[in-house]
Design a protein around this ligand. Structure first.
Ligand code: F6R
Length: 255
């Protein structure tokens, strides 16, 4: 396991995340980066937009891949639309450089298989960014998702559907989604788990120091052969004990 745990103050969190992305892009400007949606990455995406807008940084060479997507959602509620607005358009990433997740139930099995194959054939993901669901999901791999899962259609739990509905002020409640599987995610050459806020403190602790099992899909990150970094703000990290993480073998550059 090569897992590095980093804690940042809230104000420094986005810059710390950008620094990790920049490191990958400096080595490889056309790296393939996997993007999640949600509240957690918003400061990171804001900082990327700020840098791209100030023309301090060009991101147009990177290749993007979507981590997940709601099925059969109106365009305005799709993850695609959200990522286009938050990330892809402001960073001037051409649509041809973006691998889009299937978004319709019709033919979803074949479409997910095609997504998975095309991702592998293009060389896979260099840096997969992830958020952490309140129940331990990564992507939309809900509890019960096995380590060997690949890109597929899933049904969201009531809790996840509710959390997403709250994001859209109740105007949209997703029920079905397509998501990269756990095995797909673990194949990335580097993985970054982004965590913010005290509401995630308990599940982060469970993911990092609880049992490794399908009941907490994020715990599978501890089985990755690729380097994994976890970037948490102090609120999300408040239930972790650096000594315990140290004894578990994590690299903890934590004051
Ligand atoms: C969304 C995704 C989900 C979210 C998770 C946390 O693309 O992959 O796993 O990362 O539900 O969501 P937030 O960040 O809104 O708390």
């Amino acid at each position: 396991m090569s897992l590095q745990f980093v804690v940042a103050d809230s104000e420094a969190w986005a810059a710390a995340a950008v620094a990790r992305i920049e490191r990958v892009l400096t080595a490889q400007p056309a790296a393939c980066v996997g993007f999640p949606t949600g509240r957690t990455p918003q400061p990171l995406y804001g900082e990327l937009r700020r840098r791209a807008g100030a023309a301090r940084r060009k991101y147009s060479e990177l290749r993007a891949v979507m981590l997940d997507e709601y099925l059969d959602a109106e365009a305005r509620f799709q993850s695609w639309t959200w990522l286009k607005m938050e990330v892809f358009d402001p960073l001037r990433i051409d649509g041809r450089r973006i691998r889009r997740m299937p978004q319709r139930s019709a033919g979803i099995g074949a479409a997910c298989g095609q997504f998975e194959r095309a991702l592998q054939e293009s060389g896979g993901c260099d840096l997969q960014l992830l958020g952490l669901g309140a129940n331990g999901h990564i992507g939309f791999n809900e509890p019960g998702s096995a380590a060997g899962t690949r890109t597929r259609a899933v049904t969201l739990t009531e809790a996840t559907a509710g959390a997403n509905a709250a994001y859209w002020q109740g105007a949209f409640t997703p029920r079905r989604a397509a998501t990269m599987g756990i095995a797909t995610i673990l194949q990335a050459r580097e993985i970054g788990l982004l965590v913010r806020g005290v509401a995630k403190a308990g599940i982060l602790r469970r993911a990092l120091s609880g049992e490794i099992s399908a009941e907490c899909p994020a715990s599978f990150l501890r089985t990755a052969s690729a380097p994994v970094w976890v970037l948490a703000d102090r609120e999300a990290a408040c239930r972790l004990d650096p000594k315990v993480l140290g004894t578990l073998g994590y690299n903890v550059p934590w004051p």
